[in-house]
Every structure is written in structure tokens, then in C-alpha cells.
Design a protein around this ligand. Structure first.
Ligand code: HEC
Ligand code: HEC
Length: 473
């Protein structure tokens, strides 16, 4: 009996291997466990999103540790003891407050206030219907907290869900929920129909260094390849504020930020309220006089007090550098492949359903990594960093860079299987609406519609294999 089982297993594997070699799929390095190449770690516990690449030099290692401390550090309003520069309006007082253990935030709950890692981005529709990604009174993000007793909050928002039922051809059904946002307690005037509201969940922040180091050429080649497959993935060109050049955006749900340093500066400005050389002005729209006039650390030169007229940002460049290094050097947990046959079968179905066209298994770093041995290294994030039209159901009607309301960056799928363990809940897609991988797939539309249909047409055990595969990433 045993030997039969073994023989069966052997033949099964052989068939898979032959199948893979035949289609050249093995070149993609499938089935291997080290998603991050050299930047992989074997731990898969609660802290597995916080581990550094082990080959860091002493200097970078120190910077990583500092960066970790500063990612966690709580900002305060001057003159309270602590790091000055919070607010006057803000959403959270530290990075980790929204990216718990570097993982995804908890999704917003039905009927509750939107907070802690879920933010509301605003836009404004002009007379001709064009939308600018900012509101004249409230700016580009609604700040639901402020310097207590000194400055009013901008307002807050509440989410309720609209539920619907999806039924597969085999009669299995799944409940889907779509968020309806209600903005309330507004202190600077009501929002009218011209306002565009977009909820975003804070994603996990792992393996981002690798994504930053992929060459533009590599991404453009993928976009070319996709054209031939009838997809229209394209880069979101955005301005790199340091070089003032248009470059490919990579970070954020619409790939609106080109690199980790700028992404960090944006976070300090919109989420925490602290100034940088990138954003020297406080995050206070014109109409919010109290916010503009509150004395801040920025005016007086950050931690150092007033030293002449030279502007010193609240976030000193060294801090930005430390946090950037921290983000760059975070490892990817190895895959957890408990049932290799099922997982590999799921992986093939994933490819055959067209998922791998956007969730591209393998990318390669360029020549400018922080350490030489990471140059030209293959790794497996399951993203193309390109933006895709995902259909009306996922649209937030708010453009960002060259991305339209319907366009979103393909999110990397690595680590997704651990989010539930680490965050204690799973909120997939840009607004966290999907509580499972299956729900996330069912929301795919637009360019991904035919791929979604292929998934829907699979038999239940096959669908389960696809999900098992994604959970192993
Ligand atoms: C108030 C909550 C909040 C705080 C505080 C916050 N973030 Fe975020 N973060 C988000 C959200 C929401 C997004 C998604 C943004 C988007 O797509 O619009 C995000 C995105 C990111 C990304 C991009 C990840 C990716 O996969 O593209 C990085 C990196 C990041 N944040 C780092 C930081 C750092 C560093 C800090 C502290 C300086 C910070 N965040 C503070 C909510 C927060
Ligand atoms: C046309 C490109 C494209 C195709 C094809 C595609 N996806 Fe996606 N996928 C995306 C984009 C873009 C998002 C983000 C959408 C959003 O946040 O609103 C996404 C989101 C996801 C997510 C949620 C990830 C997260 O971090 O929240 C999962 C899981 C996923 N896709 C799995 C699949 C599977 C499985 C297939 C095949 C059946 C597939 N995708 C096909 C582009 C694609």
C-alpha cells in the first residue's frame, strides 16, 4: 500500500514537473520557498515582518536598528516631552500605529469610526468634471485628530457596509461587502457632491527595498508583454521631488510614490503632521487658521531650538534616512508549503487563470541596491508594480499621478498568508473590504474580468488550491 502511494506521488510529481518544463514555467523559479531571494527569513511568527536582511554591514545594521526605533517612536506636540512635530492635525502619532508589526492595519468595522490605519483621502470635482486629488478646505486627507484644546480636528468618518451575495455556477455562495463612507463632525464646512472620498487601508511594509530596486526597464518590458495579452498595465509616472524628474511610481495603492524616502516624507506630512525638506509647510489648508498659526517645532527648528533663520524640518534628514534603510532592509518570510502537491497545482491554476500576468511571480533587482550581493537578484513578489483598470466596482473616482479612479497598482502577494496571524484580521484590497482571498478575487473587474471569470469557472477544490497557493506566499 505504502509503496503504491509513493509510486503515485512520484508519478504525480513527475507529471507536474514535465508539465512545467514543457511550458517553460520552471524558468520562473516556481515552487521555491525563498520569495525574497537572499532577503528571506525562515521565521513565520508574529514578528516575521520585522526581521532584517542578515548580511547588513555594521553601519547599515545600526541604521536599521535606529530606523526601527524611529518607526515605532511616538511624536508629540511641543513642548511636551518626546519627539516634537506632531500635528497640529494628524491621524496617528507613529508609523507603527497604522502598520502594526509592519503588517496590514485592521480593516474598518461596520458602523464604526474610521481610524488606526484606515484613512480617508479626499478629492474635489471641478466644473468640467475633472477631479483634483485634494479638497480646498480639508486638503488631500481627512485628519481625525488634532492638538487637543488648541486646534479643531478636521472631522471624522464612519463606514457602513452594503452586503451582496455572489453565487458560483456550482451554487456555493459568498457574501461580499462594499464600504459606504459617511464623513461627519466637519469643522470647516460641509462637503457637497463635488467631493470625492476614498478609503485606504495601511498595507504591510515588507520587501519594499526589493521593489524599489527593480529597474524601470524591467517594468516597461512587463507592460509591453501585457499589451500582447490584451491587458493595459502601465506605469504611474510621478514626480521624484528630489530630482524633479518624472519616474515610475511604485508605492501606495495607486503607485503614487516613487521611492521609500519620499513615501516616508509623505507619511510624516499627511499621517503624522511633521515637516520634512520635501514638505516644509505644515499640513494646514488655507482656511484652517488655527492650524496654520499654532507655533510648531518647525518654526523653531525641530529638536534643536531656534538657530537663526535657517529652516530645520521637524523630521531631520538623518531620521528619514534611517527609516528608509529600515524599510529597505526588511526581509520577506519564506513560504510555508505544507502540502506541496496541492500548492503547486494551485500555482499552475493561478497562472492558467491569468493571475500571473499582473501578479508577476519573478522580478529582478537592478544595480543600485544597498549591498552588492543583492544586485541582479531574482525574487518573487507577485506584482508588476503597474497600474490596471480594475473596473467601476473598485473605482474610488480619485486620480493620483496619472492613475485614474479605476486604476490600482497590482499589490504584491508575498506575505499575504501571514497577515491574519500577525494583524489578527484580514482586510484585502485598497479599502480593506475583502475579508478573504476569495472575496478579493471576486471583486476583480475591468482588465482582470476574464481572469476572475476563469477562477469562477473552476471547480471548488481547484479554487481552494489557488487560495492555498496564495496563502503559502
Ligand atoms: C494614519 C495611518 C498611517 C500612518 C501613521 C503611517 N502610514 Fe504608511 N500607509 C498608510 C496608508 C493608508 C497607506 C496606503 C496609502 C495609499 O495608497 O494611499 C500607507 C502606505 C505606506 C507605504 C507604502 C507601502 C506599499 O506597499 O506601497 C509605506 C512604505 C509606508 N506607508 C510607510 C510609513 C512610514 C515610514 C510611516 C511613518 C513615518 C507611516 N507609513 C505612517 C497609513 C499610515
Ligand atoms: C489585470 C491585472 C490583474 C489580474 C489579471 C489579477 N489581479 Fe489580483 N489584483 C490586481 C489589482 C490592481 C489589485 C488591487 C485592487 C484594489 O486594491 O482595489 C489586486 C488585488 C488582489 C488581491 C488582494 C491583495 C491585497 O494586498 O489586498 C488578491 C489576493 C489578488 N489580487 C489575487 C488575484 C488572483 C487569484 C487572480 C487571478 C484569478 C488575480 N488577482 C488577477 C490586479 C490583477
Amino acid at each position: 500500500m505504502l509503496s503504491f502511494k509513493r509510486a503515485f506521488k512520484f508519478i504525480f510529481c513527475l507529471t507536474l514537473v514535465v508539465g512545467l518544463v514543457k511550458v517553460g514555467y520552471s524558468e520562473q523559479n516556481q515552487g521555491l520557498s525563498d520569495s525574497g531571494g537572499l532577503m528571506s527569513s525562515s521565521q513565520s511568527g508574529e514578528l516575521s515582518f520585522t526581521l532584517p536582511y542578515e548580511g547588513l554591514s555594521a553601519k547599515l545594521g545600526k541604521r536599521f536598528i535606529k530606523g526601527h526605533e524611529q518607526f515605532d517612536e511616538i511624536w508629540v506636540l511641543a513642548p511636551a516631552p518626546g519627539v516634537w512635530g506632531l500635528g497640529p492635525t494628524f491621524n496617528e502619532a507613529n508609523c507603527v500605529g497604522c502598520h502594526p508589526k509592519n503588517s496590514r492595519a485592521q480593516p474598518a468595522k461596520d458602523g464604526a469610526e474610521i481610524e488606526k490605519g484606515n484613512v480617508i483621502k479626499l478629492g474635489h470635482r471641478g466644473a468640467k468634471g475633472e477631479v483634483v486629488p485634494s479638497h480646498p478646505w480639508y486638503g488631500d486627507q481627512l485628519q481625525n485628530r488634532a492638538a487637543e484644546n488648541r486646534v479643531p480636528i478636521e472631522g471624522n468618518a464612519q463606514v457602513t457596509f452594503e452586503y451582496s451575495q455572489f453565487t458560483y455556477p456550482d451554487n456555493t455562495s459568498v457574501t461580499l461587502k462594499r464600504p459606504i463612507i459617511r464623513v461627519k463632525n466637519l469643522n470647516f464646512g460641509d462637503l457637497d457632491e463635488s467631493t470625492v472620498v476614498s478609503m485606504r487601508i495601511a498595507p504591510q511594509v515588507i520587501g519594499l527595498g526589493l521593489l524599489e530596486w527593480v529597474s524601470e526597464q524591467n517594468l516597461l518590458e512587463i507592460a509591453e508583454r501585457q499589451k500582447k495579452e490584451g491587458l493595459s498595465g502601465r506605469p504611474n509616472y510621478v514626480i521624484d521631488l528630489e530630482t524633479e524628474r518624472a519616474v515610475i511610481g511604485r508605492f501606495g495603492w495607486k503607485a503614487a510614490q516613487p521611492n521609500l524616502k519620499q513615501q516616508t516624507a509623505v507619511a510624516f506630512h499627511s499621517d503624522i503632521g511633521a515637516t520634512t525638506f520635501f514638505f516644509p509647510e505644515k499640513n494646514c489648508p488655507q482656511i484652517q487658521v488655527g492650524c496654520r498659526e499654532l507655533p510648531s517645532a518647525a518654526k523653531c527648528g525641530g529638536q534643536g531650538g531656534c538657530t537663526g533663520n535657517n529652516f530645520r524640518p521637524e523630521v531631520l534628514p538623518s531620521r528619514l534616512k534611517n527609516i528608509t534603510t529600515y524599510l529597505q532592509a526588511l526581509n520577506i518570510p519564506e513560504r510555508r508549503i505544507e502540502d506541496p502537491e496541492e500548492t503547486l497545482a494551485g500555482e499552475i491554476l493561478f497562472r492558467d487563470s491569468g493571475c500571473a500576468s499582473c501578479h508577476v511571480p519573478t522580478l529582478v533587482t537592478g544595480e543600485n541596491t544597498i549591498l552588492k550581493e543583492l544586485n541582479n537578484m531574482s525574487f518573487h513578489p507577485y506584482t508588476d508594480l503597474l497600474i490596471h483598470d480594475m473596473g467601476e466596482q473598485l473605482s474610488d473616482h480619485r486620480p493620483e499621478g496619472s492613475a485614474t479612479g479605476q486604476e490600482w497598482r497590482t499589490p504584491p502577494l508575498w506575505g499575504i498568508g501571514l497577515v491574519n496571524t500577525i494583524s489578527g484580521s484580514l482586510g484585502l484590497l485598497h479599502d480593506g473590504r475583502a475579508a478573504s482571498i476569495e472575496e478579493a478575487i471576486l471583486w476583480h473587474g475591468g482588465e482582470a474580468l476574464s481572469s476572475r471569470q476563469k477562477f469562477v469557472d473552476l471547480a471548488k477544490p481547484e479554487r481552494e488550491r489557488v487560495i492555498k497557493f496564495i496563502n503559502s506566499l
